[in-house]
Structure formats: C-alpha cells, structure tokens
Design a protein around this ligand. Structure first.
Ligand SMILES: C[S@@+](CC[C@H](N)C(=O)[O-])C[C@H]1O[C@@H](n2cnc3c(N)ncnc32)[C@H](O)[C@@H]1O
Length: 202
C-alpha cells in the first residue's frame, strides 16, 4: 500500500507537505545537532524534503520503500550536490545495515505510515550505537477532546490516503524500550509532535 500511494504522492508531495511541515523539520534538524563525521539514518526519507537541512560533513543515509519517492530524493541530492548522501530503497522493518552502525536516526512523518511500526523501531535500535539519539516527528492530532474524537473517526480515511493512522507514538516508543528525553508540539496548530529519545535497553 505505501509503495503505490507514495508513487502517486511523489509528484506533488513537496507542494502539499513542504511549507506546511517545514518548521517542525527545522526544529528537528536543530535538535539533532549533527556533528562532523556522524552517521545519520533517515527512515522514510520520501522526496528528500529534509536534505537541504543536513550538513555536508556527515554521512547521511536515507531509506524509503517507494522507488518513486527515492527517485525524487535522488534528483534533489543531485541538484544540491550532496556527495555525502546515500539513498536506498529498503523496508525500514527489515534493514540490511549492520548492528550499531548509526549515531543518530530521524523518522520524520513516517512511523505512522509504515505498516510494521513496532518491528521498525526494533530495527532502528539494532542498527544504532548504544548511545545513539533518535528523533521522531509525527502527526499527533488535536489536544481538544472533541476535535480528537473527530480525528479518530476520520482515521480510516487517513489510512486510505496513505497519511497513516493516528498513533500514540509515546506509547509505542515505551513499548519498544525507548526512553523519551524531550518532546514538544510543533507545526501549524501544534498538530505534530517532535520526540527525542535514547535507547533504554534491548
Ligand atoms: C509521509 S512520507 C514522509 C516523508 C518525509 N520524511 C517528510 O518528512 O515529509 C512517509 C514515507 O515513508 C515511506 N515508507 C512507508 N513505509 C515504509 C517502509 N516500510 N520502509 C521505508 N519507508 C517507508 C513512504 O514511502 C513515504 O515516502
């Protein structure tokens, strides 16, 4: 399902979700505070919309299950002249990277869309160093009870549109043994959340 729908989205994803989600991506980038030489994994990199926010002196690996999204990301990489970026078509719930490879991981608006989020979180932990830092941006829904109920009712439609389920990301992170260090609401009407966390054991 994500492959098909994101093949379609690849044509207009940036126009729809570029400016709308930009401030959250910038906040995530500042929080990540990427240091020279660090190895960074972006899970569900899509069209590479975050590429301009990465430094050129770190190794960036972006993965996505959609060939067409990766193709767009590749065009952007080329245009920006980023020789430190590698892009791979990979399922995030079954990555081929070796254990303990990455220093930091970001999943920006992808965990709710990935069909196996729990397995993906376990994989993310596996491919990272023990002291790695993890950053998640995700649609969190409204704080208002009434609006939240309305959003829940619309959840099946969101899924069909490939926008993912409204998930309780914090709950999911706890169940996969992540320790949350920082969280905040971001983007328009504070509808999204940014979470920074660490490994809390196996
Ligand atoms: C909503 S887009 C997010 C794009 C970008 N990271 C952003 O900040 O806007 C979600 C991306 O997750 C990808 N995706 C869905 N399932 C996946 C999986 N199992 N493994 C890797 N990527 C996946 C989709 O193809 C899509 O490009």
């Amino acid at each position: 399902m994500p492959k098909k729908i994101y093949s379609l989205y690849s044509h207009f994803y940036d126009s729809l979700f570029g400016t709308l989600l930009h401030s959250g991506r910038c906040i995530a980038s500042r929080l990540m505070d990427i240091q020279p030489g660090e190895r960074i994994l972006e899970v569900g990199i899509g069209t590479g919309i975050s590429l301009p926010l990465y430094p050129r002196n770190a190794e960036i690996i972006g993965i996505d299950i959609s060939k067409d999204m990766i193709k767009r990301a590749g065009e952007k990489k080329q245009r920006l002249g980023y020789s430190n970026v590698k892009l791979c078509i990979t399922d995030a719930s079954e990555m081929a990277f070796r254990n303990g490879y990455f220093d930091k991981v970001i999943a920006s608006h992808s965990i709710a869309v990935i069909p196996k989020p729990f397995e993906t979180l376990k994989e993310i932990k596996r491919v990272c160093k023990e002291d790695a830092e993890f950053f998640f941006l995700n649609y969190a829904g409204s704080n208002d009870n009434l609006v939240a109920r309305f959003e829940k009712a619309l959840s099946p439609i969101r899924c069909r549109l490939g926008l993912g389920k409204v998930i309780d990301l914090e709950e999911l992170l706890y169940s996969a043994n992540f320790k949350i260090d920082f969280k905040d609401r971001v983007n328009i009407f504070k509808l999204c959340q940014i979470i920074k966390c660490r490994n809390n054991g196996v």
